[in-house]
Write a protein that binds this ligand. Sequence first.
Ligand SMILES: [Zn+2]
Length: 659
Amino acid sequence: MKSVDILLTNAHVLTMDQDLRQFFPGAVAITGERIVAVGAVSALRQEYHAQTKVDCGGKILMPGLINAHTHVPMTLLRGLADDLRLDVWLMGYMMPVEREFVSPEFVRLGTYMACAELIRSGVTTFNDMYYFEEDVAKAAAEAGMRAVCGQTVMKFPAPDAEAYEDSLAMARDFIRRWKDHPLIVPSIAPHAPYTCTAEILRATSAIAQEFDVPLHTHLAETSYEVENMRREQGMPVIPYVKKQSLLDAKVIAAHCVHIDSGEMRTLLHAGAGVAHNPSSNLKLASGFAPVTKMLEAGLNVGIGTDGAASNNDLDMFEEVRLAAFVAKAVTSDPTSLPASTALTMATRLGAQALHLGKVTGSLTPGLRADLILIDLSPLHNSPSFRRAADNVYAQIVYAAKAIDVTDVMCNGKWLMRDHELLTLQESELLSEAEGIARKIDSFLIEREGSIVSKLIALGGSMEQESFEVQVKVRIEDKQAVLSALEAPEIERLRYRHYGQHDTYFNFHDAEQGRLRYREDDFLDENGAVINTRRRLTLLGRKREHKFERDVLLSRSRFFAPATQSLRFYREYFRPSDEITITKDRQRWLINFRETEFFVNLDEMSEPPLGRFAEVKSRTWSRRDAEHKAALTRELLDVLGLSRSETVGSDYIDVVDVAR
Ligand SMILES: [Zn+2]
């Protein structure tokens, strides 16, 4: 008789190995952190003498589930912002809140919370990507879980790094120190091709290869991402990242919703694993990943919950069931993705996708003892049929719930016994999490109260104030002004011609001002668009001062390059109404009495309100404004516009009057 530490007996053993072998009644023998033997109870009893014997009471004994893609600290952001589009959700809410709140302490608390939830849903291994990832690693290791921990790198300032070079250095340092940990696999995580530069993708791949660790990233999550990539790089996402040498690393690609069969072959050839996230894809309406095709192509496709802010839970039972259901609905074929395949994705295939196939994912001698017990006797999954081998998989995938998991072991150590967590204190975690939620609530309440702070929260904007002395007049004839611009006292410095499309957002609270999204299409001599500039300006509603002859002093409170789409700003700022103005603009920068002015000749096409001339000059002080207002009146005389009808300073006023 050979001696082992633990012998689990009287279980319905699902090995989830290549042949999907089952033993009932079955047994598993464990010594230290590894599985020694798996088989029929009678055979193992004869062969092994155990220090500890555990009667499993007829429960299911199977490998612990693998959550192939998540952001565990985001448990603390669960329910923070929902029912939004991905860009508004990510750039408008998640990233601003993360920049404000995410710290090593936040990350550890969020990870403990996630580990408690994951263990309760039968997960023993998760693949993570977040900031301060070393603190995720510490907390996961304390909780006794196996995890692939990816330090995020991206082109924006992150909560843990001012610049991506800092993230790269952190990742390298983290990987070097944790590389041989028994539970943690350190990795590097360039967030996504659209949040990273080509240089970042190449640098992260080089680090992953240097240390032979996985590289975790989001790829082809939305059709928007793919369209942008095609427009900017002339190719879809997978060829682009291949070009940046990303696929030379051991890649774990989350999502892959919008990829074609050629891209699947590229991923397969590169040995990349895929993490399918049905809840997240459904909730964010990202589309339907071609899971059946990816599996047919031979890809290792695991199942992930994604972060708790986009799911909103870490329940792998729900995720596995959804993976099967969605695949059936999308292919109009109920035989697609049968229960046994779905459960294999959540175990062996998931481990292979994380490049951990030699460590975990099935009950196979030599692998680590990562396993769970499931009680299939409760009402919601009774009775049990055992006629066919597949009955049990259907029972687990279609009827069982996370609550049916009674016991969890990871790396040979129990993490949960009879529903009781052994490594974590749930009640303490809950009250700490509530405390953080209250702080985030007040932060957002304050921010949502002001357009300026919402603008600032988007990051990457420069706050700037500018004052202008300006006057606008209605004209009949452009030619007269064009001739007047030839006057000797006017020195013309620069000329531009463009099509200008303005969308003004109005808000219920008029004190907030108006937000203008402006697109300038610069035109060449033939009227063809050379390039387009997009800008965002918050305009003060009230005029600062009115000089003689309707010369006004106005104020723009904010000015930023518009990096997002008009649709993004509309959904983020939620204006009470919008006004669109389109015009053809000829603009001269001129020197008049040693002062620079802009002279604009505009033809409004939407709404069709006719022709206008505009004269304006920047100003910064009261005295300067007085002086420039006087010069403006002189310039109007020179341009022959003194008798023209003045119409305020802004087209929005013109439109308001016209309405
Ligand atoms: Zn994700």
